[in-house]
Write a protein that binds this ligand. Structure first.
Ligand SMILES: *Cc1c(COP(=O)(O)O)cnc(C)c1O
Length: 366
């Protein structure tokens, strides 16, 4: 088995051919030629059902996830597609209280007609006895966004399976290089590839990977019938971006480690959390199930004004939501209604030089 960098560069590639590019260009087609006039065999016939540019990236990501990958136009499309494929009216759904806010909104507003019983549990637990009883689906998010709490995927999957539930993991903050939930027992892994996988803050994309053939077929059906399909050019850009994922994550994690350390001792900063830090409450569990650390950390400043000052005085860090890009960014999560203090910062470490970034942030805080 090749290492992460090799798999990122070569994943989903076609056989080398003289005079052809390393990566074939995006295939733009609404309909495809049918040859004669009737459809023959399994070839593509209409762009909503299949596209070779999707399949190349699905091969690459599926190889990293260890499952069959289904590409979707955004992380929310991945979540929506999975929930629509799995849930029936009256089902029990277990969600994190502290995960990505739009997931809870989607369930509360868009799935209200299913009259689900939603049980919300914090990512750090505890998961009370019986919480999975009668559940159809347990959705975990680890490390959670924005709090970076961690749960034990293998232990929870075992408990959920014993209760007859399926387990899905939102793997956005970890990426397929940081964590392989299918290998830890999850039935589905999904992610917003808008974040680190694409990594240049310029496109939206998502995916779901599964091992069960029947679940894969149901997911494809929801994608095809709902029309929530990725565009070929975005898909091609994502595949191009993925080649450097290993390199970008390495620098981002190095920067996050240096910042977590520098900020932990700073008098204007409290509550620094980064799962890679040995003193972090999530470090032990994360270390058991994660393959590498990510570039996102969190901390608190006194108030909203202090966060605004940090961003305006910094020369390298911008205020922006989202995370995982090559630029370092700060997001004050309370502005979006996350249940966190006013001065709570989710910091996405970019690919700047570590020395430059740490010096810039410390200067902006002083
Ligand atoms: C951003 C995010 C999503 C949604 O992804 P989009 O690509 O913005 O639709 C879902 N889950 C997590 C954990 C996220 O951070």
């Amino acid at each position: 088995m090749y290492g992460d960098g090799t798999r990122c560069v070569h994943g989903g590639e076609t056989e080398p051919a003289s005079g052809e590019p390393f990566m074939p260009g995006p295939v733009f087609a609404a309909p495809y030629h049918l040859g004669g006039s009737d459809r023959l065999g399994d070839s593509d016939f209409y762009g909503r059902s299949g596209n070779p540019t999707w399949r190349a990236l699905e091969t690459a990501i599926g190889d990293l996830d260890g499952g069959q990958c289904l590409l979707l136009p955004s992380g929310m499309a991945a979540i929506g597609t999975l929930l629509r494929a799995v849930l029936h009216a009256g089902d029990v759904l277990v969600l994190p209280t502290d995960g990505y806010y739009a997931t809870r909104e989607f369930v509360r507003i868009e799935l209200s007609e299913l009259h689900l019983e939603v049980r919300e549990v914090p990512t750090a637990g505890p998961f009370p006895d019986g919480v999975f009883d009668g559940a159809r689906l347990v959705l975990l998010e680890t490390p959670s966004n924005p709090g970076l709490d961690v749960c034990d995927i293998a232990a929870l999957a075992e408990r959920a399976h014993a209760a007859g539930a399926l387990v899905a993991v939102d793997n956005t903050t970890a990426t397929p290089l940081g964590q392989r939930p299918l290998e830890l027992g999850a039935d589905a892994v999904l992610a917003s590839d808008t974040k680190a996988l694409c990594g240049h803050s310029d496109l939206l994309l998502g995916h779901v990977s599964v091992r069960d053939e029947d679940l894969a077929r149901r997911l494809v059906r929801v994608r095809t019938l709902s029309g929530a399909i990725p565009a070929p050019f975005e898909t091609w850009l994502a595949h191009r971006s993925m080649a450097t994922l290993d390199l970008r994550l390495a620098r981002q994690a190095e920067n996050a480690a240096a910042l977590a350390e520098a900020l932990s001792g700073h008098r204007a900063v409290s509550g620094v959390r980064w799962p890679g830090m040995p003193s972090d409450p999530a470090h032990e569990v994360a270390g058991r199930q994660m393959r590498r650390w990510g570039g996102v950390l969190r901390f608190e400043l006194r108030d909203a004004e202090a966060v605004r000052r940090l961003v305006s005085r910094s020369r390298l860090v911008s205020g922006a939501t989202s995370f995982g890009g090559v630029h370092s960014t700060v997001d004050r999560r309370a502005q979006w209604g996350d249940p966190v203090p006013e001065g709570f910062v989710r910091f996405s470490a970019g690919c700047e030089d570590t020395e430059d970034l740490v010096a810039d942030v410390l200067a902006a805080l002083d």
